[in-house]
Design a protein around this ligand. Structure first.
Ligand SMILES: N[C@](CCCC[B-](O)(O)O)(CCN1CCC(O)CC1)C(=O)O
Ligand SMILES: [Mn+2]
Ligand SMILES: [Mn+2]
Ligand SMILES: [Mn+2]
Length: 305
């Protein structure tokens, strides 16, 4: 079994420096050797050089910031993920900010139209060009990916390459605790299944993961794309990330999600996003980068016994 690593040193979906170093640090911390040690053959032809994609001019479109840069990068990511998947490899995308999911999820659904998407995050990342306050595209990817009418009504030609293939009933969230009011409306309008930290507290992570899979993969026969924003974890667990929010998933809850999804045997594509190894001190950086690597190992079959 082969895992194709898509190294994405990219920060264009948000304003903080440093998140582009996330993939570089995870590789530097020995992730490839760890996966080889586990029996995986690893295909990694170096990190993408996205700085070459940066346009000279990239004025805002409406409120959206760096739209052309984000579009070009995520289109390349989509192609890269799709090509790994079409060769029968598991795709592992290392971010980089979460706008990269515009590419990873597009690539997965191009290869596996019947897939479902499990989104681990403090945030819903489902703002539209109108609803976003920040204009940061890492807060928007899901709205662009959904195959529904009435979300992306501005004809944003920059993203015309993106074919929305995600049905609302194939998307489920775990870990939400900082959802903007317009995002709450969108989740309700489209009946999107969302397990917040309230549900994690109420039912426990084991039951929440089971309910999440029942919602989007009732017969356990659909390929799974797991998009894991490390800010879904509590900031005491993953401090080096751009938009930390208190009251998140414990170290074990985060790893349990990966272990349980690995156990389904259905995981085809996984993203580890928003690791920013420049925030702030070296202990925080060490903790966050090593958590990113251990989440990957749990997705790929590492078990405690
Ligand atoms: N929803 C936010 C955060 C997005 C986080 C993206 B990530 O990939 O890390 O999940 C936050 C917007 N929020 C609006 C109210 C303000 O008081 C604080 C920022 C946004 O900028 O859209
Ligand atoms: Mn490959
Ligand atoms: Mn996110
Ligand atoms: Mn987030």
């Amino acid at each position: 079994k082969t895992v194709g690593i898509v190294g994405c040193p990219f920060s264009g979906g948000q304003p903080k420096e440093g998140v582009d170093e996330g993939p570089i640090k995870m590789i530097e911390y020995g992730l490839i050797d760890q996966l080889v040690e586990m029996g995986w053959s690893v295909e990694f032809d170096g990190h993408h050089k996205f700085t070459e994609f940066r346009p000279a001019e990239d004025p805002n479109i409406g409120k959206l910031k760096k739209p052309r840069y984000v579009s070009r990068v995520t289109k390349a990511v989509a192609e890269s993920v799709e090509s790994h998947l079409k060769k029968g490899h598991l795709a592992l995308t290392l971010g980089g900010d979460h706008s990269l999911a515009l590419g990873t999820v597009s690539g997965t659904f191009a290869a596996y139209p019947d897939a479902c998407l499990i989104w681990i995050d403090a945030h819903a990342d489902i703002n539209t060009p109108e609803s976003t306050e920040s204009g940061n595209l890492h807060g928007c990817p899901v709205s662009f990916l959904l195959a529904v009418d009435g979300l992306i009504n501005e004809e944003i030609t920059e993203f015309s390459w993106l074919k929305p293939r995600l049905r609302p009933d194939r998307l489920v969230y775990i870990g939400l605790r900082d959802v903007d009011p317009p995002e709450k409306e969108i989740l309700k309008k489209y009946g999107i299944k969302a397990f917040s930290m309230y549900h994690v507290d109420k039912y426990g992570i084991g039951k929440v993961v089971e309910m999440a899979l029942d919602a989007v993969n009732p017969d356990r026969d659909r390929p799974i794309h797991l998009s894991f924003d490390v800010d879904g974890l509590d900031p005491t667990v993953a401090p080096s990330t751009g938009t930390p929010v208190r009251g998140g998933l414990t170290f074990r809850e985060g790893h349990y999600i990966c272990e349980a999804i690995n156990e389904t045997g259905l995981l085809v594509s996984v993203d580890i996003m928003e690791v920013n190894p420049t925030l702030e001190d070296e202990v925080s950086v060490f903790e966050t980068v090593t958590v990113g690597c251990s989440l990957v190992r749990c997705c790929l079959g590492e078990s405690l016994l």
